[in-house]
Design a protein around this ligand. Structure first.
Ligand code: 3HC
Length: 695
């Protein structure tokens, strides 16, 4: 077994090489290895200076997150960093890859920092619901001043070596491998006779005392509901108001408080599941097909968004529309999206011109798709339309080309059956706007080949999206669950809650927007069309709200028409549409309902119970492979608050018996809608959690 920290001496410089692949996380063994290496170097008469570096692709990417929530095993990182800082010989850290969190804190404990050109540094702890807990909040501002430290620590962003040099976080950028760069820099120090230079010895720069209150207000507004970001400001403030050791102590107290918070648990769950979601036995070791050129059928909002996402990530695109006019409109739509990227500084004008001129072709002939590696159909949601398109694709596309549909609910098995290659057919369900939203449901149909599924996951990665495997059913994972909690929201309105109280309660829970504001944004005509489509399939006891139909009959389709549940006369400050209440009253009266009061907690419990119950059915039916696939879907596609980890994690943390008890209580009044999911009942009976099914 390789040692976690290797020791060697070159040119009288002791090199401590951290070897803990893949990211050199600071596990207990690495912490102990650094301690031992430091002690050995200090006692080594053949070493005048000490160089810390990381083996493999990166310096140290932080504390070992998998140890969080477990009892701390000595030595603790703050002690290791303090001992590095107290060393009587100069200590240099040579950074490459990503020096993050505790990794950067080790470097801040060193007396000098040199980075290779591509290196990035950051203190991303806040994104995990904690704060830098090994001196990062005390040492960073001593080097950079308050503003730059607050910016890094409250956002968790990674900054380039150049930026780190500019703000004073590192001392130099040197070419070469980390070892070459580090040795060259350290030799220079030795020639200059430079000695240890502890960061704690630097006096914090003067600052405006009002700065911290201003940052607390700014951060609280930006990260509503989260405790870590504001606590980060408190910790940095301590660097300016307390002596160094007292500041470290304060940092530790704040760190421990955050470590014990449910938000930390939710965020760390999110970190691990988004890495696990693509690990599926069915594609383990399966080589995806090469995709360099994609076809897109349909240049509406969705098709244009998909085409733009592909172009922005290095793929060539041929888009097929039905008419000359539609072809031109599609091109203009894509040009508009790329123009926005230019305006936001994400793309240069010449790069945009190359994409539009050389990489994109908009045509009206399927024959142009003959050499495409993968085609995504984003046409009208109608089975007959899809079948016609897939028949044409089957005729024109080369053998081995993947034929994908972006349908959000239609039966992909039925679509695949019109082709002679059902193994090559798959669902790739993007979320609108497709060039922005990170979620991609990879819908695996009955005959989809594993290689094709693997290609769906590889494409998602290429497009910087998070792919979730889903099975075929109406709505797949996300929209099927949405249909259920959206129905529960409508029922609450019928029973007495206002749409505005529901929106407010769910925003308070942590969603960016409530369900009625979301419906207005998506367009109320979408729900109207769905209700009409599903009407013939409904059970007589289904309670389908009529007030939304009444609104659509008035031509109120939400934001795009200026009116929906809200009035958008001032688009920045929507107010409740005053005429909606009368429609709701009429709907209640027709059903003989006497409205009753709902507290915010009542609303949240019902909404979450509906979401979790349907999610448990989705897992139980095998539509989602594991509970974590539901969590990732809701986090990336439906605005679920990341700090709660996802609905299944939330359910586990609240306790499944409590969720089941709610469902059973609601079933007393409406046994037709509220049926406990068999999986949920089973888990409660066994005293198990959703997480136990995540593998
Ligand atoms: N601890 C434990 N495991 C970690 C880890 C960490 N800090 N960082 C990454 N890993 C694991 C991942 O889970 C993944 O495992 P897997 O292969 O089993 O799925 C593997 O390392 C590779 O990670 P990625 O797939 O994310 O690899 P990338 O190359 O895409 O990204 C990275 C590398 C930028 C370093 C990214 O992993 C990352 O952002 N890691 C987290 C960094 C972080 O948040 N550090 C702060 C930790 S908290 C801390 O330090 C507290 C301190 O202040 C006391």
């Amino acid at each position: 077994m390789t040692e976690p920290v290797a020791y060697s001496v070159t040119d009288r410089i002791a090199v401590l090489r951290v070897q803990n692949p893949p990211v050199n996380a600071l596990s207990q063994a690495v912490r102990a290895g650094l301690d031992a290496g430091l002690a050995r170097a200090l006692a080594d008469d053949g070493a005048d200076a000490i160089l810390i570096l990381g083996d493999g692709r990166t310096f140290i990417a932080g504390a070992d997150i998998s140890e969080f929530g477990k009892p701390l095993a000595a030595p603790g990182l703050p002690d290791v960093v303090n001992r590095i800082e107290a060393a009587g010989k100069p200590v240099v850290a040579a950074l490459h890859g990503t020096a993050l969190g505790g990794g950067l804190e080790v470097a801040l404990g060193a007396h000098y920092r040199v980075a290779v050109p591509g290196a990035k540094v950051g203190l991303p702890e806040v994104l995990l619901g904690i704060l830098p807990g090994a001196g990062g909040t005390q040492r960073t501002p001593r080097l950079t001043g308050a503003e730059a430290a607050l910016d890094m620590i409250t956002t968790g962003k990674h900054i380039s070596a150049t930026e780190a040099l500019r703000i004073g976080l590192i001392d130099a950028i040197e070419d070469g491998s980390p070892e070459e760069a580090g040795l060259r820099f350290t030799r220079r120090l030795l020639v200059e006779g430079a000695g240890p230079r502890p960061t704690r010895g630097i006096a914090p720069a003067p600052h405006d005392p009002a700065l911290f209150d201003a940052w607390r207000a700014k951060v609280a507004a930006k990260t509503r509901g989260q405790i870590a970001p504001v606590t980060c400001v408190d910790a940095v403030e301590a660097a300016f108001t307390l002596p160094f050791d007292a500041g470290l102590k304060r940092e530790r107290e704040l760190f421990s408080g955050l470590m014990a918070s449910p938000q930390r648990e939710g965020l760390i769950h999110a970190f691990f599941i988004e890495r696990k979601v693509g690990k599926l036995p069915e594609i383990a070791g399966v080589t995806p097909r090469d995709v360099a050129w994609i076809g897109v059928i349909g240049g509406g909002t969705m098709g244009a968004g998909i085409a733009a996402a592909a172009l922005l990530n290095g793929l060539s695109v041929t888009l097929v529309e039905q008419t000359e006019a539609a072809r031109g409109a599609a091109h203009a739509r894509i040009a508009g999206i790329l123009g926005d990227s230019v305006a936001r500084g994400k793309l240069t004008e010449p790069a945009r011109d190359t994409l539009l001129g050389d990489r994109l072709t908009c045509v009206t002939e399927y024959a142009a798709l003959a050499d495409a590696d993968l085609v995504i159909e984003a046409a009208f949601e109608d089975m007959a339309v899809k079948k016609t398109i897939f028949t044409a694709l089957d005729q024109h596309c080369k053998p081995g080309a993947i034929l994908a549909t972006n349908t959000s609910y239609l039966d992909i098995n039925e679509i695949a059956a019109v082709t002679a290659r059902p193994g090559d057919v798959i669902g790739l369900h993007f979320f609108s706007p497709a060039h922005v939203m990170r979620l991609l449901e990879v819908v695996v149909a009955e005959h989809t080949a594993p290689e094709v599924t693997a290609t769906g996951f590889a494409l998602a990665k290429r497009l910087k999206k998070v792919a979730v495997r889903a099975g075929v059913c109406d709505g797949f994972i996300g929209n099927r669950i949405l249909a259920s909690y959206r129905m529960a929201a409508d029922h609450m309105v019928l029973e007495g809650a206002t749409p505005y109280a529901i929106d407010a309660a769910m925003v308070d829970f942590g969603f960016a927007m409530g369900p009625f504001a979301v419906s207005d944004l998506a367009g109320l005509d979408i729900g109207w069309a769905t209700r009409k489509r599903l009407a013939p399939l409904r059970h007589p006891n289904d309670r389908i709200a009529k007030f939304a139909d009444m609104m659509c009959e008035e031509g109120w389709f939400g934001r795009k028409t200026g009116r929906g549940f809200y009035d958008y006369t001032d688009p920045k400050r929507p107010v409740p549409n005053p005429q909606v209440a009368a429609m709701i009253d009429a709907d209640r009266a027709a059903r003989g309902i006497t409205p009753r009061a709902f507290t915010a907690e009542d609303i949240q419990r019902r909404y979450m119970a509906a979401m979790i119950n349907e999610a448990a059915k989705v897992v139980g039916d095998g539509i989602a492979a594991r509970p974590l696939d539901v969590d990732v879907t809701l986090l990336y596609g439906y605005g679920f608050p990341r700090w709660r980890g996802g609905p299944m994690k939330y359910a586990d943390m609240r306790g499944l018996p409590s969720i089941l008890a709610d469902i059973e209580a609601f079933a007393q009044d409406d046994p037709h809608f509220w049926h406990p999911a068999p999986l949920l009942t089973d888990l409660v009976a066994r005293g198990a959690s959703f997480d136990s099914l995540n593998g």
